[in-house]
Ligand binder design. Structure first.
Ligand code: MRU
Length: 356
């Protein structure tokens, strides 16, 4: 996808350095940051310079490459893998990527290990790009069907950023939208602002603008009335962890949108690569839900009148705030899962049939 007309990926490896786009500075500043140590990689994940389930998985994979460059030693590598897994708890892609890397690297001869690590991290990225592209082609069919019936602009609501900035390229929820746009189908996106960190407003709207896709930012509470008015044809969100039961964990607020969609008979789709499926957990209550610093709620950052990035307190000084970052949408509210292998029902049967 593009920024200022230039084709980019969200992460790449060059001259023993991992390059990322610092997402904490978007949309006001575009900064490419260098990660040189395992600590840099862990910090980038924790502070959300990189975020989104597939991208934190890829960053963790390259983090292990950096740890080998720093110290080519199996116990250092093991500690790095454990620290990476702890850096953010909800998205399963992080553990998936670390486990995949460690399967290749554990016990490997110190002369060969760096090349094996770089190759595996690169293939995690290449695979994610191809999965996201296929998610787009599979989701495109659903948008096309709505367009054929409606013969007018398809209005799609999305929450958080499950765009290319959350992956390596294409995105998950946005990939069908990009494919529809490229095919000449008229689409318009309702972008949930996504408090407290505003990934919808700061990232999704930004990347859709860069691709020339019509979009409107709405406050998180607006989706319900838009659905009642018939102004939403479908919802597509991403997910940080999908259980084999079809239940999905995603950015907090997703559940409320799914409830409103259910009540208004608006199809609610969740887009994901198979790296986001947790085949082990059976009960959604066991999914670890990240609780982040409450200052993400009480302080807000933006440009002041002099175009300077400024952070301001917006709550009463004495008030307490709490910041749960994810919620769970039970499978019964999900119309379908859009994956790289096709679209299936959000259920054990549906997932089993696709991923035998
Ligand atoms: O806290 P974030 O910004 O990492 O949360 C991201 C999301 O919730 C995305 O919607 C999800 O990771 C799917 S990304 C393709």
């Amino acid at each position: 996808m593009h920024i200022n007309g230039k084709e980019l990926r969200t992460i790449w490896f060059e001259n023993s350095t991992v390059k990322i786009i610092d997402q904490t500075k978007l949309p006001h500043q575009f900064i490419i940051k260098n990660l040189k140590t395992i600590e840099d990689a862990i910090n980038a994940i924790k502070t959300m310079e990189v975020r989104g389930a597939p991208l934190i998985g890829a960053t963790a994979a390259y983090g292990l490459v950096l740890s080998i460059i720093e110290k080519n030693d199996q116990s250092f590598l093991k500690k790095a893998s454990q620290d990476l897994i702890k850096s953010r708890p909800t998205a399963i892609n992080l553990k998936w990527a670390v486990d995949r890397m460690m399967k290749k690297l554990s016990g490997v001869n110190s002369k060969e290990i760096l090349k094996i690590a770089i190759d595996e991290a690169n293939s995690i990225c290449e695979e994610d790009i191809s999965f996201c592209k296929n998610i787009g082609l599979n989701g495109l069919k659903i948008i096309e069907e709505i367009y054929m019936k409606k013969k007018d602009t398809v209005n799609i609501l999305t929450h958080c950023n499950a765009g290319w900035l959350a992956t390596i390229d294409w995105g998950t929820a946005t990939s069908p939208i990009y494919h529809a746009h490229q095919k000449g189908i008229k689409v318009h996106v309702w972008v949930d602002e996504t408090r407290p960190r505003n990934q919808g407003a700061n990232l999704t709207s930004y990347e859709l603008n860069e691709e020339g896709i019509s979009n409107t930012i709405i406050a998180d509470n607006t989706g319900g009335i838009l659905m009642q008015r018939g102004e939403v044809d479908m919802c597509i969100t991403g997910t940080d962890r999908t259980l084999s039961t079809g239940d999905v964990a995603n950015k907090v607020g997703t559940y409320l949108k799914a409830l409103a969609a259910y009540d208004n008979k608006v199809p609610f789709y969740v887009a994901l690569p198979s790296s986001t499926i947790d085949w082990n957990l059976k009960n959604f209550k066991d999914i670890p839900i990240e609780e982040r610093n409450s200052e993400e709620l009480s302080y807000i950052e933006g440009l002041d009148k002099n175009n300077k990035l400024t952070k301001v307190l917006i709550y009463p000084k004495k008030s307490k705030a709490m910041n749960l970052a994810f919620d769970i949408t039970p499978a019964k509210y999900v119309t379908g899962l859009i994956t790289e292998k096709g679209v299936c029902e959000a259920s054990s049967e549906g997932l089993k049939n696709l991923f035998k």
